[in-house]
Design a protein. Structure first.
Length: 305
């Protein structure tokens, strides 16, 4: 399934590259959160890859991280990669050019949500990692920009008599760990942070999204320009539905963090079924009931209530 127009994704990022520093606050915020998670891991990662590096926010946040000797920065848009500095290349997350077992660490900061085949890209990332290498990423998740999505749909339906896709579909948290496991990662973990950004009005939000290179790149998007009246009406609806007492509006960004390791014999493994040394029922001080049997209802005592 091809949901996104990757040529449009690259074009949007290329246009945003020169002025990204005026709109990169969210990229920097999430890069800091990724960096903090990495610092919690007492490991060295001599050779690392920043996949979807934009203009190098992740690399600058890592600074002089003692465990990283060489950082390769990679972005879909050459214009972004050139501004990242250091060891930077342009490459597509859907067709990684790296040899198997090239990296000890792969990081990705708010880029993978534009990938059509996310399971396939995760598999390529896992293959590019050395055994026991770490993958640590953040991407926009379900519920991101829900306020804007609803207001645009209502405004376009009211004015044009129908709606067109404008905001990308995002993966849900419950799917993320499963995708990591499907791609062959061990010890997969996924969690979510919600970041709420306030804006003076919807047009300032539009400007930030364009400035970050996050413009509409859905393949089924309209080919002609949208009427200005649709955006004006969407902004009115946004203001009336989501404005705080001070007049500013909220924009919700749900960030999914993914954490997984390339397999290695030294990693801990789940116990073999039936190998437990004690029973859960004993620890809970309750009666074990065989599968298929119904427990006898017990009247609760004063202590249990």
């Amino acid at each position: 399934m091809r949901v996104f127009d990757r040529h449009a994704v690259r074009r949007n990022r290329a246009r945003a590259a020169a002025g990204l520093s005026a709109h990169d606050f969210l990229l920097c915020d999430v890069a800091e959160r990724l960096s903090d998670r990495l610092l919690d891991i007492s490991r060295t990662f001599p050779r690392a890859l920043d996949l979807g590096c934009h203009t190098g926010e992740m690399g600058r946040m890592l600074g002089q991280h003692g465990g990283i000797e060489t950082l390769i920065q990679c972005d879909l848009a050459p214009e972004m990669a050139r501004r990242a500095g250091g060891h930077a290349i342009a490459a597509d997350e859907e067709a990684l050019p790296f040899a198997p077992e090239s990296f000890d660490l792969v990081l990705s900061n708010l880029s993978l949500h534009w990938v059509n085949d996310l399971p396939g890209s995760l598999l390529q990332i896992r293959q590019a990692l050395k055994p026991d290498g770490l993958f640590l990423a953040a991407m926009f998740g379900g519920g991101t920009l829900v306020e804007l999505r609803n207001c645009l749909m209502e405004a376009e339906n009211e004015i044009a008599g129908g709606v067109s896709p404008r905001i990308s579909p995002f993966a849900d948290l419950r799917d993320a760990a499963g995708l990591l496991q499907r791609a062959g990662f061990t010890l997969p973990v996924a969690d979510r942070d919600t970041i709420t950004v306030t804006y003076e009005n919807a047009f300032r939000l539009f400007a930030d999204l364009r400035g970050m290179g996050e413009g509409n790149a859905i393949r089924e998007r309209q080919s002609q320009f949208t009427r200005r009246s649709v955006f004006l009406r969407a902004a009115e609806r946004y203001q009336s539905s989501h404005a705080a007492p001070d007049g500013r509006i909220d924009a919700t960004f749900n960030i999914i963090f993914m954490h997984g390791w390339a397999p290695h014999p030294s990693q801990q493994k789940p116990l073999r079924p039936g190998s437990a040394q004690s029973r859960l029922a004993t620890a809970l001080e309750t009666e074990e009931v065989p599968a298929g049997d119904k427990a006898t209802p017990q009247r609760p005592t004063a202590k249990e209530t």
